[in-house]
Design a protein around this ligand. Structure first.
Ligand SMILES: *[C@@H]1O[C@H](CO)[C@@H](O)[C@H](O)[C@H]1NC(C)=O
Ligand SMILES: *[C@@H]1O[C@H](CO)[C@@H](O)[C@H](O)[C@H]1NC(C)=O
Ligand SMILES: *[C@@H]1O[C@H](CO)[C@@H](O)[C@H](O)[C@H]1NC(C)=O
Ligand SMILES: *[C@@H]1O[C@H](CO)[C@@H](O)[C@H](O)[C@H]1NC(C)=O
Ligand SMILES: *[C@@H]1O[C@H](CO)[C@@H](O)[C@H](O)[C@H]1NC(C)=O
Ligand SMILES: *[C@@H]1O[C@H](CO)[C@@H](O)[C@H](O)[C@H]1NC(C)=O
Ligand SMILES: *[C@@H]1O[C@H](CO)[C@@H](O)[C@H](O)[C@H]1NC(C)=O
Ligand SMILES: *[C@@H]1O[C@H](CO)[C@@H](O)[C@H](O)[C@H]1NC(C)=O
Ligand SMILES: *[C@@H]1O[C@H](CO)[C@@H](O)[C@H](O)[C@H]1NC(C)=O
Ligand SMILES: *[C@@H]1O[C@H](CO)[C@@H](O)[C@H](O)[C@H]1NC(C)=O
Ligand SMILES: *[C@@H]1O[C@H](CO)[C@@H](O)[C@H](O)[C@H]1NC(C)=O
Ligand SMILES: *[C@@H]1O[C@H](CO)[C@@H](O)[C@H](O)[C@H]1NC(C)=O
Length: 769
């Protein structure tokens, strides 16, 4: 009986993890989260665009902003300029005549319907999005990998329902050379244009193919058609081609459809294929992916794919607030939006390898997103790694902040290195089964480490200088005379070289292991080429900076630090850092000061590891409490429930790890351990065909504000045997499918265990393997 109960509860949990996902978390006040419809890592991300100044992902949950269109491509959680948002469709329920329709974005835009609580009448779930516009049109969206399906239900008053296809208005209103064609026999609209990238100097081409179908009735052709330029539709015109190199005007197509003979509501389906190659390919993508315009089937398929993926991590929700489970699955969901699978859509070279894009940016995601992928999605991780290696083979260096097929600005370093390192440390024994060539992977890492690209602001490193000095001097300038982020880059390059040393060790390349370990030992402060250190006020770039420095990618940031202050930027060799800072007590005092005086910056990634660093001084209870306090203060399930940009899922993966009671160190086998927010968490890894279970014995729920509670780990067993540390787990447990049992206590003074082997390893205390 016990067995079937277990099976039954497993079935119950597996059924619909997607129902716990709230896609609207972080969709206003700077989270920049995309709440529209996409498959996991889908290329097409179809969603509502608004005129919000924070519309980096198109959407804003604040109902005061107007809807401007329903576009096919987005990123999620990014900064920079508004990316993508190409090819908006827009329903017009009634204009007096074809020629009088408002087509231009600034006059057609309108508010959404507002619910009694002041929120917009929007709904969303994995693979589905809907809104009601104030014009009475209901808009529903779903997607396959390269195709969107829109469903427009017009109000009964609408006897001449029309749809605008806008070829030109991307998020940056940056189009040049737009083309639009209307097929009068079928109503098919094809076209494309060239647009600016959001975080770099490049431009990209993208194309579309839009077909229409009556829902519940058939029509042969639209009753009226034409093209439009700005706010002037021209009936019976079927083509517009503009050859100009600056953004001049808006254009697209406008179609009128016969009303439904069967219903007071006319419902029109619009199938929108997208391609970075050609409009012909956009049509072919749409025809093969959604041949029947079956909206409900497309939604169901998308949800099944999401459910299969999300259900690989299961939580026991007994004694856990519903909000915590919602936070968990919503955060996990957001880690699978980017990067996006553009396989078959690479305009720059042909290859049979997978092609992923929208790495925006590896600097954000290498710390926690890929280690999370290691736990439950190694096949997709391997495809992403193959795509990155293929980019290195054709462009010379691994991608860093690539978006929409173009290279964009680096942030701190070439953080493809720790991502490849993470993959190889975890999966080297399976690399060939996953079609990842160890030799090609290593060659790609060495290219980043050793060869300087013509413009290391776009990918790669300032390698010549790095190799010569082993730090990036403050007084050696970059492309265009820029001198930015030298300290941050020194740190990131050290970590990149640490990741390479980990790969070299597995490949038995002893000399390289020694070489890259030595290069990983660089600590930070601004330093000149002659070896002199420059003084830095430790408050610099923090909230307590008397100069209020911005420390982002801008011309005024010439002082070495990027999105972090000298107080918080902490490297991989924590044991050595503790020594340099005067031992355990002063290290604890320094960590406390970072939190008590607000140096901890929850919105930027360099701070992420700090709450867990008490582990390295044998005070894991302090890490547990600190990380729980941060989660309680800064993460929740409201539309503003993120403390900053989600950064392509980086913040989502951070929350998932905290909720599972872990924190990873990429490119190592080490997971720092605390207590989960659930009495039980299981991970299913399809590659190993194993299930790993973490059980928290004596689980008593989660303190609201993160303080106190029965949440501290007193002892650990693995498969029934005592484990030597309460502070970290080895990757082995996830390979073998172990059962890890934690004994919880309310004693915050609990330690990592007896003797030095209880402490998590550091590079200078014997390393990570
Ligand atoms: C919505 O945005 C408006 C305009 O920026 C602002 O005044 C208002 O406070 C916002 N509402 C909410 C609920 O954030
Ligand atoms: C929404 O559009 C209306 C009409 O175009 C305009 O007056 C209003 O300012 C817009 N709202 C915002 C928040 O821009
Ligand atoms: C077109 O836009 C103008 C200016 O915003 C507005 O006055 C007019 O009502 C709109 N027409 C329709 C049919 O929505
Ligand atoms: C929009 O309106 C329709 C019809 O009244 C309703 O069924 C739906 O729940 C509303 N909201 C959304 C987001 O579709
Ligand atoms: C790839 O091709 C597109 C379209 O031709 C071009 O705009 C872009 O700059 C190319 N990207 C690279 C990295 O060469
Ligand atoms: C467009 O063509 C249709 C059918 O030939 C004709 O009835 C209509 O008057 C034309 N419209 C304009 C504005 O030329
Ligand atoms: C690896 O490549 C082989 C040969 O191309 C193919 O049959 C196999 O499906 C691939 N495996 C994976 C995991 O991609
Ligand atoms: C590295 O050496 C170990 C021990 O001799 C051996 O088991 C392993 O296969 C070697 N790995 C490679 C990639 O040569
Ligand atoms: C040295 O640091 C100070 C601030 O601490 C800064 O103003 C100055 O620009 C730095 N000097 C150089 C040459 O980078
Ligand atoms: C939710 O989190 C946001 C971002 O950290 C915060 O500003 C807001 O106060 C929190 N709201 C609630 C109800 O806790
Ligand atoms: C996975 O493991 C289960 C038992 O744990 C076994 O029944 C199943 O056949 C395995 N699947 C594969 C593909 O090896
Ligand atoms: C933990 O240690 C502190 C002093 O270091 C002490 O004040 C506190 O009572 C201890 N907590 C428990 C639960 O023993």
């Amino acid at each position: 009986m016990a067995l079937w109960l277990v099976l039954l509860s497993a079935l119950f949990l597996l059924a619909d993890s997607a129902s716990f996902v709230n896609v609207f978390i972080g969709t206003t006040n700077g989270g920049h989260v995309f709440p529209g419809a996409t498959l996991p890592h889908g290329m097409v991300k179809v969603g509502l665009d608004t005129d919000s100044p924070g519309n980096q992902a198109g959407y804003d949950a604040n109902a005061t902003f107007n809807a401007t269109g329903f576009s096919q491509l987005h990123d999620s959680g990014t900064g920079g300029g508004t990316s993508l948002s190409n090819f908006k469709l827009w329903p017009l329920p009634e204009c007096k005549s074809f020629a009088s329709c408002n087509t231009s974005m600034s006059v057609r835009k309108t508010l959404r319907k507002v619910l009694p609580d002041g929120s917009p009448d929007d709904a969303g779930s994995p693979g589905y999005f809907a809104t009601n516009l104030s014009t009475g049109v209901q808009v529903e969206l779903t997607a396959s990998r390269r195709t969107a399906l829109h469903r427009y239900t017009f109000p009964p008053s609408s006897r001449e329902p029309r749809i605008v296809v806008d070829i030109t208005n991307d998020g940056l209103t940056s189009n040049t050379e737009p083309v639009v064609n209307v097929n009068t026999a079928t109503g098919r609209v094809t076209g494309g244009a060239r647009f600016a990238s959001s975080f770099g100097p490049g431009r990209y081409n993208v194309y579309t193919c839009v077909d229409f179908k009556g829902d519940g009735y058939d029509f042969k052709a639209p009753t009226e058609y034409g093209v439009w330029l700005e706010n002037a539709p021209v009936q019976n015109s079927t083509q517009l081609i503009q050859l100009y190199s600056g953004f001049l005007s808006e254009m697209g197509a406008l179609l009128t459809f016969p009303p439904s003979p069967n219903s007071i509501h006319t419902t029109i389906l619009a199938r929108v294929g997208v391609s970075f190659i050609s409009s012909d390919q956009a049509c072919a993508n749409a025809e093969s992916e959604i041949p029947n315009f079956d909206f409900d089937e497309t939604v169901t398929t998308a949800r099944e794919i999401w459910n299969e993926l999300l259900s690989r991590i299961q939580v026991d929700t007994q004694g856990v607030d519903k909000e915590i489970t919602e936070l968990f699955y919503s955060s996990l969901y957001r880690t699978h939006i980017s990067p996006a699978d553009y396989t078959g859509e690479n305009p720059n070279w042909s290859s049979t390898e997978p092609y992923y894009d929208s790495f925006y940016c590896n600097w954000d995601t290498y710390r926690t997103l890929y280690p999370l992928m290691s736990l439950h999605d190694p096949e997709v991780f391997a495809r992403i790694v193959r795509g990155m290696i293929n980019i290195q083979q054709h462009e010379g260096w691994l991608p860093e902040c690539r978006g929409a097929t173009v290279q964009q600005f680096i942030q701190g370093g070439s953080n493809g290195d720790p991502i490849l390192g993470e993959f190889f440390v975890k999966f080297h024994e399976h690399a060939s089964a996953l079609n990842v060539s160890a030799g090609d992977l290593y060659t790609a890492l060495l290219a980043d480490a050793e060869e300087q690209p013509p413009n290391w602001n776009l990918q790669g490193r300032q390698a010549t200088v790095w190799k010569q000095y082993n730090f990036i001097p403050s007084d050696i300038y970059g492309p265009g005379g820029t001198a930015t982020k030298q300290v941050s880059r020194t740190l990131e390059h050290s970590f990149g070289d640490f990741a390479i040393s980990q790969v070299a060790r597995i490949l038995n390349k002893t000399d390289d292991t020694t070489k890259y370990q030595a290069r990983a030992g660089n600590f930070i402060n601004p330093r000149f080429a002659d070896g002199q250190w420059n003084y830095t006020d430790p408050r610099h770039c923090s909230v307590n900076d008397p100069l209020l420095s911005t420390c982002y990618l801008d011309a005024t940031n010439r002082d070495g630090f990027y999105e972090s202050s000298p107080m918080v930027y902490v490297p991989q060799d924590t044991a050595k850092l503790i020594l340099l800072q005067g031992g355990n007590e002063s290290f604890i005092n320094r960590l406390n000061l970072i939190f008590d005086q607000n140096y901890f910056d929850v919105t930027d990634e360099p701070s992420q590891q700090i709450p867990f660093m008490y582990h390295y001084v044998n005070r894991p209870g302090l890490s547990t409490q600190r990380s729980r306090m941060i989660l309680a203060e800064s993460y929740n399930t409201t539309v503003n429930g993120l403390p900053g940009n989600d950064d392509s899922g980086a913040m989502g993966s951070y929350a998932v790890f905290y909720l599972m009671g872990m924190y990873p160190l990429p490119a190592t086998r080490q997971f720092l351990l605390a207590s989960p927010y659930f009495p039980k968490v299981t991970f299913h890894n399809l590659l190993f065909n194993t299930t790993t279970t973490i059980i928290a014995n004596n689980f008593r729920g989660n303190p609201q504000n993160g303080m106190g509670g029965t949440v501290f780990v007193k002892s650990v067993t693995i498969d029934g045997q005592p484990w030597h540390s309460n502070c970290y787990l080895d990757w082995d447990v996830f390979v073998n499918g172990s059962t890890i049992e934690l004994e919880l206590t309310s004693d915050i003074n609990t330690t990592c265990g007896e003797g030095p082997e209880g402490l998590p390893p550091s590079l200078s205390t014997g390393g990570y393997i």
